[in-house]
Design a protein around this ligand. Structure first.
Ligand code: SF4
Ligand code: SF4
Ligand code: SF4
Length: 154
């Protein structure tokens, strides 16, 4: 896996701030956490002299097939709908402390990440996941509680 310094080396290194970050290094970190995409650096995207770097960086951050925009993959062929991941996810717990899928309790489903539908888990609102964005932490609640390794991050 490429690190932030290697990404930085391919950026314009002008610290122009057009991407909304204070420096190209901060932008490199934002790419690594998937807070931003390569297209947010306009000079990289638009200036011919950066064409090769743009293509290289874009290919590095291209979502894998089957993955959501945050890299989460649910292997639906493995999932048997046990619900472990659903109740282990701290974002789910924060939005539905009574237990997701219990059916009776009031819940703010608009912010749930994982929910069982027709016997298998479905991922949604993935940008709420704690592994991504500005305040990222290395959460792995859904991964470690799945008995069949049906959840993966790429
Ligand atoms: S827009 Fe691109 S060149 Fe400008 S600061 Fe951001 S990463 Fe650097
Ligand atoms: S990594 Fe954490 S926050 Fe993200 S879906 Fe899994 S349990 Fe939820
Ligand atoms: S813990 Fe694994 S098997 Fe159980 S619902 Fe989640 S993904 Fe499916």
């Amino acid at each position: 896996m490429t690190n932030a310094m290697e990404i930085y080396q391919m950026l314009p290194k002008t610290n122009c701030k057009k991407c909304g970050k204070t420096s190209c290094m901060a932008f490199a970190v934002a790419l690594m956490t998937r807070e931003l995409t390569p297209d947010a650096c306009l000079p990289l995207k638009e200036e011919p002299k950066y064409k090769d770097s743009y293509e290289k960086i874009s290919s590095l951050f291209k979502p894998s097939e089957g993955a959501t925009e945050t890299g989460l993959i649910v292997h639906e062929d493995l999932c048997f709908g046990c619900g472990n991941c659903v109740v282990a996810c701290p974002v789910n717990v924060a939005n539905d402390p009574y237990g997701v899928g219990s059916g009776n309790a009031p819940k703010n489903t608009s912010k749930l990440i994982l929910a069982i539908e027709e016997g298998i888990v479905k991922a949604r609102n993935v940008d709420e996941c704690r592994r991504f964005g500005k305040n990222k932490i290395l959460c792995n609640g859904c991964i470690v509680t799945c008995p069949v390794e049906a959840i993966e991050f790429v």
